[in-house]
Design a protein around this ligand. Structure first.
Ligand code: ZN
Length: 474
């Protein structure tokens, strides 16, 4: 009898059957139990029953464990209570409620982050509902053990997974710290309200979506709200597109053919146009002046973002707005209105510009998720993203190597005080501060009074996550 096939020392394997798909393993529990009431061992046998338990798939086959479970009568308890007191022996290493081994349960939890519930259910030989239930418990456990640092620079963005969802990011660290079911005010309020250390949040970058703004005003009123440049200039592109599409509709098919690739060329920034692009564009502009004006307005709107202060930006905007002619005004109406409605928060950007790196990497992630996210529930995708092993950005518990620290500290100083990486406050920052304040000390003589920083977890690195998703590692 292959006694070791099970590799569960608490059991004796008594029989093994196999076919193309399955192993059926008969087993008994080795040890004698004690009475659950009196903890005594004065027991008499009182029958048996067979309990079927699922176990880890083995050699490509599903594994069913058939435990011949003993029932016992406790002699002292029966005398004391004046009736027959019986119990079934407990099954070691088994989750009896789920009828599966503990190791199978743990394995399903981990696997369910990477794979669809259906494929797991098929491989193990259980139903999808059981997989989902194990997964939920697993995620709840993870939620308790993994805590991300609250960002000083928080990003609230959107990602479309079946429906629009809310992504909470740490902008300075380029990480994701949470994903919310939807983008309603109540959802964001609840999230912020329960967030431990929410006072740390100083800036929130977001899209022009009123529920986000209202939620922040309600829960973290001291945090500065900033509308990310990306969302504003996107509207300039859309306005230009409106002009272009209106024009195309008025053209004959022959004229329209003359506008081949117009969308592609016009969405390009002026500085990125090739000679061929420029030639095409100038031809179109000659024939259709409104196209030229729309392109000019788009480019000039981007130019507003070269301003170095809110005042300068507002001045540039007014100048820009005066160039809009009545015939294309409707196309730019939304943009002009948004600038008015969101003015203080749009202008706040010029006090605290957010790095393009963050916006770009988030957009890359959104693209990949749109492609790969199909077939998963939101909970599974959220877990995939938040608990992806290997994508977490952490500080080390030990200070960094001295020379590197000095460089990073210098970098942090050069970057200015506003976009200060959260990381620079952690282990790196401490080490960096030390190498400045104790500049004359030899690096080999580290002060022993240095307080050890507990390691911090800043969330899921967006670029790493995107790469892992693209490589199929998740
Ligand atoms: Zn007893």
């Amino acid at each position: 009898m292959p006694a070791n096939i099970l590799n569960l020392p608490a059991y004796t394997v008594t029989a093994l059957q196999e076919n193309e798909h399955d192993y059926h393993i008969d087993a008994t529990v080795k040890a004698m139990p004690v009475c659950p009431h009196c903890r005594g061992g004065d027991l008499s046998g009182f029958g048996r029953r067979e309990q079927m338990v699922h176990d880890l798939p083995s050699h490509g086959r599903r594994v069913g464990l058939y435990v011949d479970t003993r029932r016992f009568k406790c002699n002292p308890c029966s005398i004391n209570q004046g009736k027959t007191v019986t119990f079934y022996e407990p099954l070691p290493d088994v989750d009896e409620r789920r009828a599966m081994t503990s190791r199978l349960r743990a394995w399903i939890g981990k696997q369910a982050i990477k794979r669809t519930f259906a494929s797991l259910a098929e491989e193990v030989g259980i139903d999808e509902k059981s997989v989902r239930s194990v997964f939920r418990d697993y995620i709840n456990e993870l939620e308790k053990t993994i805590r991300f640092e609250v960002p000083r620079w928080m990003g609230i963005d959107e990602i479309y997974l079946i429906r629009p969802r809310c992504v909470i990011a740490n902008i300075a660290n380029n990480t994701i710290v949470d994903m919310l079911h939807n983008r309603n005010k109540e959802t964001v309020v609840r999230y912020l309200h329960h967030l431990e250390g929410k006072d740390r949040i100083q800036y929130v970058a977001m899209d022009m979506w009123q529920p986000y703004r209202d939620a922040c005003h309600a829960v973290i009123p001291d945090a500065k709200i900033i509308i990310d440049k990306f969302h504003v200039v996107k509207m300039a592109n859309e306005a230009m597109e409106r002009v272009r599409k209106d024009l195309r509709e008025r053209l004959t098919p022959k004229q329209r053919r003359g506008l081949m690739h117009d969308r592609w060329v016009m969405l390009k920034r002026e500085r990125d146009l090739t000679d061929e692009d420029s030639l095409l564009l100038s031809g179109w502009i000659r024939n259709y002046p409104e196209l030229g004006l729309a392109y000019r307005l788009k480019e000039d709107f981007f130019g507003i973002y070269d301003a170095e202060s809110p005042d300068e930006a507002q001045g540039r905007f007014l100048q820009w707005k005066s160039q809009i002619t009545p015939d294309i005004e409707p196309a730019f109406f939304d943009l002009v209105r948004a600038w008015g409605n969101w003015n203080p928060w749009i202008l706040e950007y010029f006090n605290h510009p957010i790095t393009n790196a963050y916006t770009e990497s988030l957009n890359n992630l959104i693209r990949v998720m749109n492609r790969l996210g199909r077939g998963y529930s939101f909970e599974a995708l959220r877990a995939k993203i938040l608990f992806a092993e290997g994508a977490h950005k952490r500080t080390n518990s030990r200070p960094k190597f001295e020379r590197k620290s000095r460089k990073e500290a210098l970098q942090a100083l050069l970057n200015g005080e506003d976009i200060e990486s959260d990381l620079s406050e952690g282990a790196i920052g401490l080490a960096g501060t030390r190498s400045f304040s104790m500049g004359r000390m030899s690096p080999t003589h580290k002060p022993s009074t240095q307080l050890p920083e507990p390691p911090k977890n800043y969330g899921v690195d967006i670029s790493t996550l995107t790469r892992m998703l693209e490589n199929g590692e998740l």
